[in-house]
Design a protein around this ligand. Structure first.
Ligand code: DAH
Length: 348
């Protein structure tokens, strides 16, 4: 092989070696090998003296050009490999935000209290049936809580509601509402019929807490006033609600009852949610649990708010929100709802 051909081969092999270096470290080794003191091109250079002057000049120039090309190639490879190394380092150092997200979501975050969740679920059911949601104050006057609801002063029915009176104004005129029924009065006073509304809120009774009673609890009042509303509308509404909220296998029945603001009045029972109607201790083996009071709005109530009882009829109902939560989630004791034990609350 002629010397120029040998140099050309050396260049090809050197270029391949430079191209094949996988990282900066390897590239430095290859550069020493192909351009260093012991490299083939240096060896050939040392042997130039053995050539005749013409060949020496040609090969000398060839060696010079070869070195320049190889040095340029080495610089280019170094640049590429260093860039790749930098990118790899950045990639490795990048903050893994998905991991931060995982840590954050495993930290305990709060959520709505079961009673609020229940209230919203009940509102959703009624809103789905075309009702609006209204609210009223927790502090009421004797007139809204009792008188306008056809419970005049000294009426024996007042004993149905043990009342917390506030030390404001005349004795026993300002109180913490004992039920959400006064919101019916406020609504009918402010607007003209028709009404299709539910009125959830906090209610207060002066009584001893036990497994099925709280002194501070929650009710959801319902009021429908329109032309030609009948008791059948009431029964259908209550049944539709119970199916939607408790499940399609839960039914309702109405038993005669007494409330001063409705006539006729009824108690609503629903299929026992523990035994699903089979009969168990909770429902005293009847298969039914008492859920609500209801009835057709008494004309005396329409009179109190100036609505013509000849033109309009309506029904009303009221039930415990806490009781709904208890029945739906089979809580043994209502007091769990206001004791704020997070071990209990976290389950919902
Ligand atoms: N306010 C009644 C109570 O707390 C419940 C009730 C009964 C509400 C009949 C009504 C009704 O609207 O029509 O005991």
């Amino acid at each position: 092989m002629t010397v120029p051909a040998t140099v050309a081969r050396i260049e090809r092999e050197a270029a391949d070696a430079l191209a094949g270096a996988a990282n900066v470290e390897e590239l430095r080794g290859v550069v020493t090998m192909v351009l260093g003191k012991r490299s083939p091109i240096v060896r050939v250079h040392r042997e130039l003296g053995a050539l005749d002057p013409d060949a020496r000049r040609t090969v000398g120039k060839q060696l010079h050009d070869t070195r320049e090309r190889l040095e340029a190639l080495a610089a280019e490879r170094l640049e590429a490999l260093a860039g790749a190394a930098r990118a790899a380092r950045l990639e490795a150092d990048r903050l893994d935000l998905t991991e931060v997200g995982a840590v954050v979501s495993s930290m305990s975050r709060g959520h709505l209290h079961l009673v609020d969740q229940t209230r919203r679920a009940l509102e959703d059911v009624f809103v789905g049936m075309g009702f609006e949601v209204e609210e009223g104050p927790e502090t009421e006057t004797d007139w809204y809580n009792f008188v306008a609801l056809n419970i005049p002063l000294a009426h024996p029915a007042r004993s149905m509601w043990d009342t917390f009176f506030l030390d404001v104004g005349e004795p026993e005129t300002v109180l913490l509402r004992t039920h959400t029924s006064p919101v019916q009065i406020r609504l009918m006073e402010r607007h003209a019929p028709p009404f299709h509304a539910v009125m959830p809120g906090r209610t207060f009774r002066r009584e001893t807490r036990d497994a099925s009673h709280l002194a501070v609890f929650h009710q959801l009042e319902g009021l429908v006033v329109d032309h030609g509303i009948t008791f059948a509308d009431l029964a259908g509404t209550v049944e539709t609600f119970a199916n939607a909220y408790f499940g399609p296998d839960i039914h309702t029945r109405l038993r005669p009852g007494y409330f001063p603001f409705t006539e006729p009045s009824a108690e609503v029972d629903v299929t026992c949610t523990i035994c699903r109607g089979e009969g168990c201790r909770t429902c005293s083996h009847t298969g039914w649990l008492e859920l609500a009071g209801c009835g057709m709005v008494d004309p005396a109530v329409f009179d109190a708010v100036g609505i013509d009882a000849e033109e309009w009829t309506g029904f009303a109902f009221g039930f415990g929100i806490d009781r709904c939560a208890q029945m739906r989630h089979q809580l043994a004791d209502l007091r769990l709802l206001d004791e704020n034990d997070v071990r209990f609350l976290r389950q919902f």
